[in-house]
Design a protein around this ligand. Sequence first.
Ligand SMILES: [Zn+2]
Length: 923
Amino acid sequence: MRPLVKKILLFLSLALFSDLIYGQESYWQQEVNFTINVSLNDQDNILEAFETIEYINHSPDTLQYIWFHIWPNAYKNDRTAFSEQFLKERRTDFYFSKPGQKGYINQLNFKVDGINATVVNDTNNIDIIQVLLPKPLAPGSKTIISTPFKVKLPYNFSRGGHVGRDYQITQWFPKPAVYDQKGWHPMPYLDQGEFYSEFGNFDVEITVPSAYIVAATGVLQDAATLQELKEKGKHTADGNTKVWHYKQNNIHDFAWFASKTFIVQYDTAVLTSNKIVDVFSFYKPQSKGWKESIAYAKDGIRRYSGWLGDYPYSTCSVVQGSKNENSGGMEYPTITLITAQETGKELDATIVHEIGHNWFYGALATNERTHPWMDEGMNTFYQKRYETEKYPPTLSKKKSFLGNETSTDEHVIFETLAKIKKDQPIETSSTDFTTTNYALAAYYKTSWWMKKLEDELGRDQFDKAMHSYYSDWKFRHPYPDDFKTSLEKAAGKNLDSHFSLLNKMGSFDTTQKKSLKPAFVFNSLDNKHNYINLSPALGYNYYDKGMIGGMINNYTLPLPKLQYLAGVLYGTGSKKLNGFGRVSYNVYKRNYHVSTALSYNSYSQNDFTTADNTKLILGVKRWVPSVKLTLFDKDSLSTRRFVAQWKTFLLNEGALDFKTIYTATDTFDRVTTINNRSYINRLSLSVSDNRVLFPYSLTVSTDQGKDFIKTGLTGKMFFNYSDGKSGMSARFFAGKLFYLKPATTLVRFRNDRYFLNMSGPTGYEDYTYSDYFIGRNEFEGWQSQQVMERDGFFKVNTALLGNKVGKTDDWLMSLNLSSDLPDNINPLSILPIKIPLKIFADVGTYAEAWKENPASGRFIYDAGIQIPLFHSLIDIYIPIVYSKVYRNYYKSTITEKRFLKTIAFTINISKLKLQDVLKDIPL
Ligand SMILES: [Zn+2]
């Protein structure tokens, strides 16, 4: 036994020892040199090409195969990693795109040193393949791999493709994945999550119809055309096509752009080292602010060169792309595409950010997919330094990031997410980041982390250390540890504690004590004060009429744990003082949120004019203690939630008391007001997924009052239509009521408002006062036509019936459908303001309909036109067809203006909630 243990120990120590050497001394990287011939067919948006790759194996390993990315296939169908991720980014345009807008690569025929090679498809991704080498490739040897390929260019959904006859040709050719000390890195194309590629030399010939101007990576080889572009901003061509030939060494990607309308500007940037860089700008006619683009580019190149070391290449181009929904710009070696519609300072910052990527990722070629902070975050730090130095904040304006008076919008959003534990550590892979956190942690928080590092080392030490990181790792693949080692060596200091922050969630802001500060209306742009916001308040209902008053609250971002709101409103009609308030205490954890709250409201809810013309006004006072638990999935990208909520509604309602008074000589009626106290306990459980395709929610809610228990299940789902914008929403409801005591006539009578109801639920039935009603107890006038989403949720209103159609104290079931109408058949599309139109249909049944001789038939229905206003804050429903029982009701009760009086509307105040405004904050 012992010798064996000894053997293992010896082996282990050798392995450790060689690991040490391996880590420090034997850095290697593969070399991949490309020669590509490509021609553009602008009639069919197709590239026909042939590439030859020289692959030099500098690794200590013998290779049997090489992983290749064939990324145009990411756009081939809706099952690719790109397509799946795009949906998570809430983008449906690719998923619902037409076949002509999709893209792919085909006609591949790999030969290795002239011998046909077998290609093995990756089981999960159609944009990754494995090319088997006919002969193993030994360390130190090289091989020539060639293949033709044809690319059908997609519409530019993400980073490349075409927009009309403008071409953005990126990630377009078969390209080996990186093989490094950590092994192979094959990866599918993604929208969020960038690249990792091998260095090499590129020689690319691009043939396009003569009318196009090409902007590409590298140096244009045709001296005459280069001269023409520099001097006249034009090119000449004989014949129908023109070949644009480019070469560039020490790069890992090649992109090109073609347009017939580019305006070309040229200048040189002279660096302090006397190095001269050719700077080109390609932009569209009538592009506001782009005349300055060349000056911005030059300034960026010079400043970054001073801070980090010389710009790594001899040429630099900035290209204006077609407007799309993607980020402001995208970087490729020596060339950047700017899609942001900005001018002035913002355009300057965007251009310089993208040019800055020539250092961060261009030369310092990190694995952007797994460590996005190493390129985006470090680059954002320098972009912010550029902005602060070039446009110093004036005293009158709020101070910016580097001015230390931290108060930018992104800072506030970051602090908000950190406070509710919804941020993610800087050191997170692109694929694991939520869209918001990708921007906030990989970009913003990293730039803050870099700023802290600068403060810790001092500007001179810091700049010296970054210079040595750049010179140590230029044209190589640094990992986070390499960056740390480089900095520690240059700074002569251990940076463990600073680097440990990369893996931590939360803020770097350590300000503990905050002072109280009053603010008018709403203020969130500060992290130093606890704001108390004072603001006027307005309200309206039919009984109080216009209400005016004031309120006080502490709602600011980041959200405080203890949140409060209180106000008073004076009713100009009722001459009464109403009040409202809410206080809640919140516990925010990564996987759950608990909110304990108490709220209060008082207002007028009915009126009555007596025989002697006195107006009685009835009010309500409502206290609601509640506890709400929200559970989140472990996966940060998941949009699924589970919510359990308990609420008790404590109500004190004014009601009319009719009395007949008998005196010795007379009897007369007297009406007075009395107060009724009641309560409802409500427990609701729901699961929902607010995903972009087919979002749903399922809720079971149970109400318990003095005499009854009522329980209901509500399922909702949205079915997206293939135009990507519209769809159909479906709601299903099933409910049952149980009495807690014998259901005598009296018990049934006094619980009337709690019954399950099919038709147009009105304010009277809103027994928890949870919905906003303008005139909640009106039976006449337009106010009486307001209904709410409850139970059967039919839009026809039969409020004048003593016993409404479809009202039951047993069981009830219904299905409500509401579908968008396409623009081309929407008669309102001729109006100058866009008013979408929907059609709705409801069908339902209930206990009484299954008894003998039902008055209504087994199933009742209604259907008609729905007009959503202000994103469904208000919905107007015009019933067109409905069951006979409703027709009879209308005939007998409405004698004039029958059509107008059948119209119903809902007001859904919850659409105004902060959650909907700040969708990214998963409260
Ligand atoms: Zn960037």
